[in-house]
Design a protein around this ligand. Sequence first.
Ligand code: SF4
Length: 465
Amino acid sequence: MTDCTVTTRVRQVNENQCHMCMPLGGVVALRGVEHSIALVHGSQGCSTYMRLANVEHFNEPIDIASSSLNEKQTIFGGEANLRKALDNVIRVYQPKVIGIMTSCLAETMGDDIERFIETYKNDREIREIDIIPVSTPSYNGTHTEGFWATTRAVVAYYARPTERHPGINVIVPNISPADIREIKRILDLMGLEYTLLPDYSLTLDRPFGGRYQKIAPGGTSTAGIARMAGAQATIQFGLTCPEPLSPGLFLEQQFGVPLINLPLPIGLDSMDLFVRTLHDLSRRPVPESLVLERGWLCDGMADAHKINAGARPAIYGEPELIYALAKLCMENGSIPAVIASGTQNSGLVGLLQPLLKDALEEPVILEEADFVTIEEAAVRKGANLAIGHSGGRYLTERQGIPGVRVGYPIHDRIGGQRILSVGYTGTLAFLDRFTNTLLEAKHGSYRRLRKEEMLNKKGVSNAKA
Ligand code: SF4
């Protein structure tokens, strides 16, 4: 039994950070609401950066409006620019929902967004368009907090007292569109009526064909979000979601909808917990197809355990995902060398400690970490696998630690939106990628290492002669 080495705020200056900016996460969450568009109240550069980051990850056209603040508005306030931006967005896109995410600049200036919106709606006599403000200054949080804050703001805007119904709410963190589709498939298999939020499984992963539409079809309907207040329960994959940003907690406190906070259903134990919860809520038997998928995962784990026991992964990224991945590693015999998140206040350390208490070797847990710190810890702890988004590519480039891509954002591979990691099927797919990366590294290097060993021996015997 060991104590984990826990490090927080290891450096005063972040260099090559392990997170993205706060409104960027809000933009992703808002794409999960039907007929919506995001407007960033800030400079052009903010929304351009967010567009690029998302386009490279999702490989889809992603429009993000901007109020284009510049030096003048920094002094005189950004109301006029915001009104102009709203006029343009409504004329060009005809949305039903506009989410306004604030940038660092707008928050520092102290613009009163709620008053701006009220005045604008009254002046233009707007009744049919919902305009939702979300406070997302990046110095207050990362894209993870931006995602949760926006989801909570959407729930708080629409949820109203409503009659109780047998349906459930499912609230997901920032996972891939493929993961959302898999969770919906499992919910359908269990025969449950549900509202999943935010559902960007179609809006951020469009099938080819048909006419281009400025606002992609798909997303959770606002009527469905309103009904969340009457559900029998909320399942939220949000163990690390800060309480003030928790949409599920809001529904529980405001409308008495019981909150069931679960880990992301990655790995056998977490997925079993999800299925048991669905079984309890639906009172239906677990379908044979899920039992089969579970069996295939167990078979895959048995096949791969002798290889995976040698893995010492460095896992980094968003807290919800890395907690789930650390659990998966532990149940497959791989003790993480490093577990790192760029986020603060996620409670990650407290969650991980019981999980790692029996680990034979001591992992390093880093919060608010940057990649300089992660790289140093990975080398020091002898990591032989790097699991996470493309921000960690330097672990491979500089240190030769092979990488397994998962999470957000992924800019150095194609298909970030299609990476499947949840459910029995997704876990098995992830485990195969994990094991095969280890095998590839082994087979790609052992002849060279053997040759070096032989040459070294020869050098020794020549020297003796
Ligand atoms: S200024 Fe703030 S909101 Fe804009 S891109 Fe930079 S971190 Fe994000």
